[in-house]
Design a protein around this ligand. Structure first.
Ligand SMILES: [Zn+2]
Length: 54
């Protein structure tokens, strides 16, 4: 999957309004900072945990 914001390969997937988008490391960090005080961050973290190794 490609990053939603640039042409790099996505390192993370995040669901927003029912649409799954890819995020590279850099843009993932930007989104985390943007969402730092919102409920969306928790949802994003859950997605990453599901994708990560056990
Ligand atoms: Zn990106």
């Amino acid at each position: 999957m490609q990053c939603h914001y640039c042409d790099r390969e996505a390192a993370y997937e995040a669901e927003s309004d029912g649409v799954t988008v890819g995020l590279c490391d850099e843009h993932f960090q930007e989104r985390v900072e943007e969402l730092a005080e919102s409920d969306e961050l928790a949802a994003l973290r859950e997605q990453v945990d599901v994708e990560g190794p056990e």
